[in-house]
Ligand binder design. Sequence first.
Ligand code: ATP
Length: 218
Amino acid sequence: MSDNQELHALFGGTFDPIHFGHLKPVEALAAMTGLSKITLLPNNVPPHRPQPEATPAQRVAMVRLAIAGNPLFDLDLREMERETPSWTFETLTALRQTRGEKQPLAFIIGQDSLLSLHKWHRWQDLLSLTHLLVLKRPGYNNQLETPELQQWLSKHLTADPRQLHASPAGKIYLASTPLLAISATEIRTRRHHNQPCDGLLPAAVLAFINDAGLYRNP
Ligand code: ATP
């Protein structure tokens, strides 16, 4: 794809654990939109919210194993290392300060996250900092939760990936990524019931989970 400027994307998640439902759609997205890098941003889950089963160190170790040797990906631990809840808006503001105002930046979310985006801190301001790239996710329709969110989406939508390279921020791209019916919840539940998880996540991550005895106790 011919592009004006390199497009760098960020992909936040709890990654408890990271799985092929994260990895395969974003790899397809990179090919579709010409992403030069995808930075994975594991979340710090605030104390008042249900806690991940894996420790922060284990979640990071699994992400590292999943992306080892793949130059498309890197890892940013800034949200994980904060003591306070990490709002995407704040993370993107900090990134803008180091990268400057001109570099095209994109934030990747799954379709389920888009439907309730109006609950995110300063959601309408996100597009002043980044483009938004949305992955398809099986089981979710396009029914946004509020008319305000629908209007905002329509206003900023583009079907042309070249526009993502032509400006630093401000567009929403709904990508036709492959549908993978995999969730971290399903993987944890399968483990709780002693069911196999082969093919749902990278073998090295599954080996780590087995070695650490993770997701055994519901
Ligand atoms: P859990 O089941 O624990 O809620 P999850 O599998 O949804 O976890 P997260 O780490 O919470 O994974 O997700 C990070 C991001 O990845 C979110 O934006 C989510 O929408 C997206 N995502 C997760 N799984 C898929 C999938 N199978 N297809 C597309 N997007 C996905």
